[in-house]
Unconditional design. Structure first.
Lengths: 631, 338
């Protein structure tokens, strides 16, 4: 670790030698107005800069400002940081910070027995206790005996520290989260520098507020020192990550940056048509900030207009992308079908959330796989890819564009709320080595030109540059003659064109990497096969299972249509195939129908990611908890 | 440059509208106007939705996109924002534009994207074989309304004006000269141009506009709006429109010389009226109470959406001429693992 910058702000280091830990899981929780997301991300970035591996899981309510003190207004941010490689935000927190009774009520059952429980006792008023449904004050009965309880008057302490600032009562109240962050920094021997810099930038024009937050942060830290409430403090060394330059990145940010990078690789301006929807809006926000890369963003009047405008952009030769979540994708279905028929390169991002209908907008799920596969009228195949971690969104976006442009088809990218908002350290890739994305336009007329002339190998149709003299042509949603490109109702032709559209997708398999097995490559007892954001929990469970002597392996599909070419053969190498999914068995259904294997589902539909322990018990053959899996 | 003619805009596709359909006349007018615009053929784009009129792009030898029901203005928005140098024309019908695509229409008009929307209004669904449309008159008996339609219709121009369209005009399929004048004006306008074209569907709604298109009587039933001129009509221009008295904005039909009415009482038209009141009042006139107003109702200047989008991009690019992926990825907080 670098020399402690705490010294630079004249703060003492924790007394005695901190206890070395391999990893720790902290969950910050409070009212949605308590600033827990900010506190969590500050701790995250500080841990990242110290070289820890980390995985985060922000979990917030759908209400923008839920009534204070209510259970449904509780906002949480969980962070796992470690001196080794980790893959999940952790099953159970080692430390729970609860800023009010509701936060305690919602989160306590997750805290490890013997875990550290830091509570803002000022918020434990009769009214708040009542709102949270406590019949007696847990700070006064023995219900918290199983934990190391630190009930602190955080509100009062913050007020005292900020007494001289002249800030209003309300403003002082808002600084509580920085006080709490300071205390946690002390507990884990973290420098304050990153957050101090953040405060300076964030509150540039509000110096008194900046000063208040700085004072609160330092006061929290000093409280840890002076009060001597903690018998021990902790240290988590930097992780042995692959050498290189790192940054922390969320899934939605990586998605936006991947699209920008694809545009640069292809030498095409990026067009993003979208309509605000949770949890995809941040992609629109992020792309809107990067117009200097030639990015055009259109916030359309509705989901249909968003995809329609994007199709218009694709036709005229832009790098075209639309994005939404499940409900929006449902609305876009007809237009995606148009892109299938007109054979246009289009990337459709679906940041999945819990359904059906409006469902639980801020909660994660991966139940739109079959929608992506089949959610359009007629035979209308599209390619489907799925990033497996927040940072992987970057690479898979480039892949999506490579496939879209290479085959003149729509490509659906299945991200989800957990990937979108979660973050992890990312080794910044070598830009020169990024995969190539190639756009091949036809700009001059050939003798027999028509817009559905195809490449013999990929079957991709030509992409005439709109505006080029001599290439005037008409396309649309009506069936086309394979031979002439004109409208055709010929029965044989329809059969042929249907096959061509399917073959284009199948043919992509030649250009996608074979599926790799982690564990027993030659085959063995159990293969865990998954896709999307379940990667972390599955990989960690596999590691633990193998350490326990089980013959378990893991493979993760980043390409869902087409599947990698070696999938069938690989599946048959294992005695059992278990498919964990945050749905009722959608990949399972595809695997069973295509490969006729008795794969087993492990299904969870709680709006929450898998815990490692849940997957481990499945490996151990314990009856899985899935209730809904009907296959 | 070789002179382009109407023929250059014809395709080899067999036109598949019913014989006698008003669409033929509109197609001919459009094909005649295109060579006069001074725009290279390859820069002209026709985009349509679904319906009889939406087959139009197949018969124009330009770039064309026959899209999905109601969505043409949205697709055209993507095309125009992407390639502002293209001349983008949307062909739509009353069902396509005002029913399934109503939302896209009003938002295109609101944004003032520089596209031309030609809405063929035949007041019926033709391609689906004759159901009432959002412009059909109340009481209309169709296959889906055997007891008569109970829907109240839209006046398309009022809708467009309500969305603050910067250019609003109306013409008729069989008035070729007038239609071509209106099309040219639309082409010259910077911003969304909304043109309603009354189009006879001789199969499912034949004669819907006969009451003001019949040769002998049309001088008395059509009011040709001209900017800066009094709103006069009739064979001898003896009738006109005035606003009803001092305290009323209701337009009324008056006759010169009757009840002391002189030409000074007649409303002089101003297509640049920014309030939108004048064109709105006029959009409500229709037979039998008044003549049907035709021509350019409104032509005002407003910033266009496509220019706005591209100006912001250019501005951002000027401010960061050295943008690179490398810089993006390495910006902000990073750390080295060695
Ligand atoms: S149904 Fe009516 S509108 Fe359609 S082509 Fe025939 S005549 Fe024209």
């Amino acid at each position: 670790m670098t020399a402690s910058p705490t010294q630079m702000v004249n703060l003492p280091r924790p007394k005695g030698r901190p206890v070395d830990l391999e990893s720790a899981v902290i969950r910050f929780s409070g009212d949605s107005g308590d600033g827990m997301q900010l506190t969590g991300s500050q701790f995250t970035n500080t841990a990242a800069l110290a070289g820890n591996d980390l995985v985060t899981f922000p979990d917030f309510p759908a209400e923008i400002r839920a009534p204070a003190g209510t259970l449904f207004g509780v906002s949480g941010f969980q962070l796992n940081f470690a001196a080794k490689s980790i893959y999940t935000p952790g099953d159970a927190p080692d430390v729970l910070v609860a800023m009010n009774p509701a936060a305690l009520k919602v989160n306590l059952s997750d805290l490890k027995t013997g875990g550290i429980l830091i509570i803002n006792q000022d918020a434990f008023t009769p009214a708040n206790l009542d709102k949270a449904g406590f019949t007696s004050n847990p700070l006064e009965d023995d219900s918290l005996n199983a934990y190391r309880l630190f009930a602190i008057d955080i509100g009062t302490q913050t007020e005292r520290a900020l007494a001289e600032t002249g800030l209003s009562f309300k403003e002082v109240g808002r600084a509580k989260n920085f006080w709490t962050l300071g205390l946690l920094y002390y507990l884990y021997d973290r420098p304050l520098e990153y957050t101090l810099r953040f405060i300076e930038q964030k509150f540039k024009s509000k110096e008194t507020i900046a000063e208040g937050n700085r004072l609160a942060l330092k006061a929290g830290y000093l409280y840890g020192d002076v009060s001597e409430i903690f018998q021990e403090t902790y240290e988590i060394n930097s992780a042995q990550l692959e050498p290189g330059l790192y940054r922390n990145i969320t899934g939605n940010q990586a998605t936006a940056w991947g699209a920008i990078a694809a545009g640069q690789q292809a030498g095409l301006p990026l067009f993003y048509g979208s309509y605000p929807i949770t949890p995809a809006s941040d992609v629109l926000h992020e792309l809107s900030r990067h117009k200097h890369f030639g990015v055009k963003t259109v916030q359309a009047e509705d989901e249909i207009a968003a995809v329609a405008a994007t199709i218009g952009a694709a036709w005229t030769g832009q790098l075209a992308m639309t994005g939404s979540s499940g409900p929006g994708i449902a609305l876009k279905g007809e237009a995606i079908g148009l892109a299938v028929a007109a054979e246009l390169p289009l990337v459709v991002l679906n940041v999945q959330r819990a359904g059906p209908s409006t469902g639980m907008p801020t909660k994660t799920e991966q139940a739109d796989l079959l929608q992506a596969m089949f959610g359009r009228n007629g035979e209308s195949p599209v390619a489907i890819v799925a990033p497996q971690s927040p940072a992987d969104c970057f690479e898979m976006m480039i892949e999506a564009f490579r496939l879209a442009l290479g085959y003149m088809v729509p490509v659906i990218v299945l991200s989800d709320g957990y990937l979108a908002n979660g973050s992890e350290p990312w080794k910044i890739p070598d830009v020169a080595a990024l995969p190539k994305v190639k756009a091949t336009f036809q700009t001059t007329p050939s003798d027999d030109f028509h817009p559905f002339q195809r490449d013999e190998d990929t079957l991709a149709r030509v992409w005439p540059k709109i505006g080029s003299p001599g290439l005037e042509h008409r396309i649309g949603g009506l069936e086309r003659s394979y031979e002439t490109g004109h409208i055709s109702y010929d029965p044989d032709n329809h059969q042929r064109m249907t096959e061509v559209r399917a073959k284009k997708i199948e043919g992509m398999a030649r250009t996608i990497p074979d599926l790799k097995v982690y564990g027993s490559e030659q085959g063995g007892d159990i293969l865990l096969l998954g896709w999307g954001s379940t990667f972390g929990a599955m990989r960690q469970a596999t590691q633990i299972g193998r350490e326990q002597g089980l013959d378990v392996s893991h493979a993760h599909l980043r390409y869902l249509n087409p599947f990698p070419r070696n999938l069938s053969e690989l599946l048959h190498r294992f005695k059992r195939v278990i498919v964990p999914e945050m749905n009722t068995g959608q990949l399972l259904m595809l695997l069973r129908s295509r490969y006729l294997i008795p794969a087993e589902g492990l299904n969870k539909i709680e709006g929450k990611p898998f815990r490692v322990s849940e997957i481990l018990s499945a490996i151990h053959g314990e009856k899985n908890k899935s209730r809904g899996q009907p296959w | 440059m070789v002179a382009v003619t109407k023929k250059d805009f014809q395709t080899d596709q067999e036109v598949r509208w019913c014989p006698g359909c008003g669409d033929y006349a509109i197609l001919a007018s459009v094909q005649r106007v295109m060579p006069t615009l001074g725009i290279p053929k390859e820069k002209i784009i026709f985009i349509s939705g679904i319906g009889c009129s939406s087959r139009f792009p197949y018969y124009m030898n330009t770039y064309g996109f026959h899209t999905i029901h109601g969505r043409a203005p949205a697709i055209a928005t993507g095309v125009k924002v992407s390639n502002p140098e293209l001349s983008v024309w949307v062909i739509t019908g009353d069902g396509d534009a005002l029913s399934i695509g109503g939302n896209h229409l009003i938002h295109a008009l609101r944004r003032n994207i520089n596209i031309k929307i030609l809405m063929f209004n035949n007041r019926i669904y033709g391609l689906t074989k004759g159901q009432y449309s959002p412009t059909s008159e109340p009481g209309k008996k169709t296959k889906s309304t055997p007891m008569g339609s109970i829907d109240q219709p839209f006046t398309p121009l009022s809708v467009a004006l309500g969305a603050n369209a910067s250019f609003v005009a109306r013409s008729v399929d069989r008035e070729a000269k007038h239609l071509e004048m209106v099309l040219k004006r639309a082409a010259e306008h910077k911003g969304t141009a909304f043109v309603e074209i009354f189009q006879n569907c001789n199969v499912f709604n034949d004669g819907a506009f006969l009451h003001f298109t019949t040769k002998g009587t049309k001088a008395d039933t059509q009011l040709h709006i001209q900017h800066g001129k009094p709103l006069l009509f009739g064979a001898d221009k003896q009738r006109g429109i005035r606003l009803g008295g001092l305290h009323s904005l209701t337009p009324e039909v008056v006759t010169l010389g009757e009840n002391g009415v002189t030409e000074r009482d007649i409303l002089v038209y101003d297509e640049t009226d920014t309030s939108g009141t004048l064109p709105f009042l006029l959009s409500k006139l229709e037979p039998p109470v008044a003549p049907i107003p035709l021509g350019v109702f409104r032509a005002i200047e407003r910033p266009t959406y496509d220019e706005g989008v591209n100006a912001q991009v250019a501005d951002a690019q000027n401010k960061s001429p050295d943008a690179s992926i490398e810089k993006l990825l390495k910006g902000g907080d990073t750390w080295v693992v060695s």
